[in-house]
Write a protein that binds this ligand. Sequence first.
Ligand code: GTP
Ligand code: MG
Length: 193
Amino acid sequence: MKVVSAEFVRAAVDEGGWPVDGLPQVAFAGRSNVGKSSLINSIVNRRGLVRTSSTPGKTREINFFLINGSFYFVDLPGFGFARVPGKVQETWGEMIEQYLLESPRLQLIIFLLDIRHKPGKNDMIMNRWLTENSLPTAYVATKADKIARGSRAKYIKELSLGLGVPADRIIQFSSASGEGKDRLWETINSSMG
Ligand code: GTP
Ligand code: MG
């Protein structure tokens, strides 16, 4: 996919902020700091489109980015950020859950996990919830550049076993090197028909 335009449209705290133009949407989900915002910047080739940070929990609203004037990338707030008070975390969860269940044009959820770590408690909860609700999900192992190629299979297998998803469905990705971009775009394109 050649990205000719990518623009931030709006940040939503509830359904009142969702776009109403009927264009398809692809959402990016995963725990805080897993690399959601970096991945979006990487696949649209815009270094500064989405703010990234080494401080977890930077993204607190649902951010909508219009790509090529024809579909949205949706950057979701990371889940499981411990330093946020319980009440705020609950509100976040509800906000994300409502979006994922009720947004009419959501085509695909891209679920990001750090290649280096077994799925954590929140990853497992999220994965079960996505499955129970039959939501179309693609799996991405982020920060692949941090693991030597020869050791990757071992880490992917851990993710595969933890999530109950075949290893070959997990896309290895690195925002640092650009690895995995083509495969991810293929997945995104086919979700939009
Ligand atoms: P929240 O907005 O807090 O939910 O985080 P996020 O999932 O959007 O993560 P973000 O993209 O801000 O990245 C978090 C940190 O990981 C930053 O310091 C990034 O530079 C780093 N990072 C992200 N992707 C990669 C990657 O592919 N390789 C490496 N080496 N570092 C990465
Ligand atoms: Mg972010």
